[in-house]
Design a protein around this ligand. Structure first.
Ligand code: SF4
Length: 272
């Protein structure tokens, strides 16, 4: 994979933007975070505190058109949003950061989403295969430098996917972790130079699962959630949680790391 393969999927005019541009800087037209835009985003975010997630997604699709995209790891929240998108805008470009270390059960959801909703989630892979990457680093980097591993296998791939877009949907909820506690529903995402839309930011875990299990409109979900894995990432960095543990206690367990860096405001691997 080269540095720019994802332009095939991006909403630009087909020409490569100059090097060094990120996110909406590479869009045609680019989206600039002017005071006016930031004020609009703040106003929308406050107003959407009492809106439905569907209303928020409808606004995003109407406001950003084919420059709106979604990243999903097929978590419960992502599955809820995918079901909504299948009704609101099934042609929205959706991608998954396919690190090479995902559980087979996670990847299977890609097929279920395609069958049930007709949405073909693009699996975006890092430049190097797992084999090449581990050979380069004399073994699995997740064991010795998980921040760098997340940066190479997730952040860089999202940066490529974001190029030429204006906005992306994320499935984060405020009560998932302290890092996410203040997440606005709509905000300017400096790291990826995009508008970030989090339609479930103020949802609770119960609301998500009630929607998934809604009789007559059940939403597929990862079967590992029924086996002690409330939060699922790459298999080397995910374990089951014990009774009474936090839902994200099984992610990078035994280390200080709590996020892969997609939803934090820092820029590089040292803080990812
Ligand atoms: S979650 Fe683990 S395996 Fe996946 S990219 Fe990050 S460090 Fe690597």
């Amino acid at each position: 994979m080269t540095d720019r393969p994802r332009l095939l999927h991006s909403a630009d005019d087909g020409r490569d933007p100059p090097d060094g541009l990120i996110g909406s800087q590479g869009a045609n037209p680019p989206l600039i975070p002017t005071e006016e835009l930031l004020a609009e985003l703040r106003e929308c975010s406050e107003r959407f505190e009492t809106a439905t997630a569907e209303e928020i997604l409808e606004w995003a699709v109407g406001r950003f058109g084919d420059k709106f995209t979604m990243a999903t790891a097929f978590g419960p929240e992502g599955m809820v949003i995918l079901e909504m998108l299948s009704r609101i805008s099934p042609k929205t470009y959706v991608f998954n950061l396919d690190t090479g270390y995902q559980f087979p059960e996670t990847l299977q959801l890609r097929e279920l989403v395609k069958e049930k909703y007709g949405i073909e989630v693009d699996l975006l892979k890092p430049e190097l295969s797992v084999f090449q990457y581990e050979k380069l680093h004399n073994g699995p980097l997740y064991e010795t430098n998980s921040n760098q591993c997340c940066f190479d296998r997730k952040i860089k791939v999202l940066q490529q996917a974001a190029l030429g877009r204006h906005a992306w949907a994320s499935a984060i909820r405020r009560d998932q972790s302290p890092d996410r506690a203040k997440a606005p529903i709509i905000a300017w995402d400096k790291k990826f130079h995009l508008v970030k839309v989090s339609p479930l930011a103020n949802w609770t875990k119960s609301q998500v699962w009630n929607r998934i299990l809604l009789k007559g409109n059940e939403i597929p979900y990862n079967p590992l959630h029924d086996s002690g894995y409330p939060s699922i990432g790459c298999w080397p960095c995910t374990r089951k949680v014990m009774l009474g543990e936090d839902d994200r206690a099984g992610r990078w367990s035994g280390t200080a790391k709590t996020e892969c860096g997609l939803h934090t405001t820092d820029d590089g691997p040292s803080n990812a």
